[in-house]
Design a protein around this ligand. Structure first.
Ligand code: NDP
Length: 409
């Protein structure tokens, strides 16, 4: 009885692997199995990757040794089963040498931005992972494709749609794959939310609400380029609002057909001379779901997403942490054991390359978000409702494509 309001709590939940802690009506801390997905299990051929011996794992060059690369990505290689780090690309050789020593990258695998093209001759590099400021994604993706490598590119894919199209075209011309690093699509709480919604227990999605913000600090080098339009492309929306936009799309499972928005920046705040601060926007989905949300570079840290359905509410709060998501479905709180989202996304890309499997976040996906964000900003600037019904359909739904190995590190 998938439409019975109480069936969520009655149904025998099946988990493919691992267990989650579920607290709620049954009491905190009790282990309970969770739903594996709506239309049955994901394709078993996409099951949890077995760890491969190192000599069969794909070699990654990490480009840009900043906060994300050093804080998360380098360590993720230890959890990855199909990906290993074999090269570093940095403008700071001393830093690159230190990082290389720590992670076992040979000195011959250290490149700078000028000699990066020599990576074409490096047989230890299969994939270039671009972790640079947004405006540099296009030039380095094109250089990586020219060097014959596959490209994993951090979000946002680029600062404008032309750059996205050029990156996609360069990948096609080189016959190499392109993926945008949307880690939340590999994160168990987000996947559980998607699968529960697709299953239909909660009924049709009526409203998605999301507020995602943090206060930027101009003293932090990682925030300096984010407040610079030439390097960032845009402000809060392109950097963090993108998580709300992307999540609304994967939770509803449809594409928005029109957007409206308002923009606001506190007067005289030097952080917002070039980029937007608060964006409040709405989106209409063709099946009747609505989105309303906000993002900001000045309000307190928050990343909460709520999905209101005909027969219940689910809340992801926080929704986009690196390690500590929390999902509530009606009165049940679901907390999966932590996994490394970056490792899972890298493994997914490796399997897409070696086994020619669909990529859940390919270049077209990255470009769709960029086009939608530009439409939202235009709506904010002009006060108009902007139609976004340009016919895009995503190639692979993460709810059914990402393996059901929740809880497995
Ligand atoms: P950082 O500023 O911390 O790192 C960027 C690195 O890029 C720098 O450390 C530097 O590395 C290199 N770089 C090259 N040229 C420049 C330049 N002109 N200005 C500044 N840096 C330059 O940024 P983040 O690591 O926070 O972000 C990098 C990318 O990752 C962005 O696209 C961002 O949106 C994305 N991101 C994604 C997240 C996710 O969860 N998926 C989270 C955070 C960021 P070096 O010194 O080695 O040359």
């Amino acid at each position: 009885m998938p439409n019975d309001p109480s069936s969520l709590s009655r149904r025998k939940f099946v988990a493919a692997a691992g267990a989650a802690l579920v607290a709620g009506a049954a009491g905190a801390g009790q282990a309970q199995e969770l739903p594996s997905g709506p239309a049955g299990r994901p394709d078993p051929s996409l099951g949890s990757p077995e760890p491969l011996p190192l000599d069969r794992q794909l070699g990654f060059a990490v480009v840009g040794l900043g906060k994300l690369a050093l804080g998360e990505i380098m360590d993720a290689f230890t959890a990855a089963r199909r990906a290993k780090v074999t090269a570093l690309v940095s403008g700071n050789r001393d830093k690159a040498l230190r990082v290389a020593a720590r992670y076992g990258v040979p000195e011959s695998g250290i490149y700078d931005y000028a000699n990066f093209d020599r990576i074409a001759d490096d047989p230890n590099v299969d994939v270039v992972y671009i972790v640079l400021p947004n405006a540099l994604h296009r030039p380095f993706a094109k250089r990586a494709f020219r060097a014959g490598k596959h490209v994993l590119c951090e979000k946002p894919m680029a600062t404008n749609a032309e750059d996205c199209a050029a990156m996609i075209a360069a990948g096609r011309a080189a016959n190499r794959k392109l993926m945008v690093a949307y880690r939340c699509q590999f994160e168990p709480h987000n996947l559980t939310a998607m699968r529960t919604l697709r299953h239909g227990d909660l009924g049709p999605v009526r409203v998605v609400t999301a507020d995602i913000g943090r206060a930027t600090d101009p003293r932090d080098p990682a925030d300096q380029w984010r407040l610079n339009r030439a390097l960032a492309g845009s402000g809060s929306l392109f950097d963090i609002g993108i998580y709300a936009l992307n999540a609304a799309r994967f939770l509803v499972g449809e594409e928005p057909v029109e957007v409206r928005a308002q923009l606001y920046a506190p007067p005289n705040d030097p952080r917002f001379r070039e980029v937007e601060d608060v964006v409040v926007w709405t989106m209409r989905f063709p099946g009747g779901a609505q989105f309303h949300g906000s993002t900001s570079y000045s309000y307190g840290f928050t990343n909460c997403i709520q999905v209101t359905c005909d027969r219940g509410v689910m809340v992801l709060d926080p929704s986009m942490e690196y390690h500590a998501q929390r999902l509530r479905i009606r009165d049940r709180v679901i907390q999966w054991s932590p996994i490394d989202q970056f490792a899972r996304e890298m493994d997914h890309f490796c399997m897409a390359i070696t086994d020619n499997l669909p990529i859940v976040a390919d270049g077209a996906e990255g470009m769709q978000d960029v086009k939608l964000m530009l439409a939202i900003l235009e709506a904010g600037r002009t006060g108009r409702t902007i139609s976004t019904d340009w016919g895009y359909r995503r190639a692979a739904d993460p709810a059914t494509t990402v393996p059901d190995n929740l809880g497995v590190a």
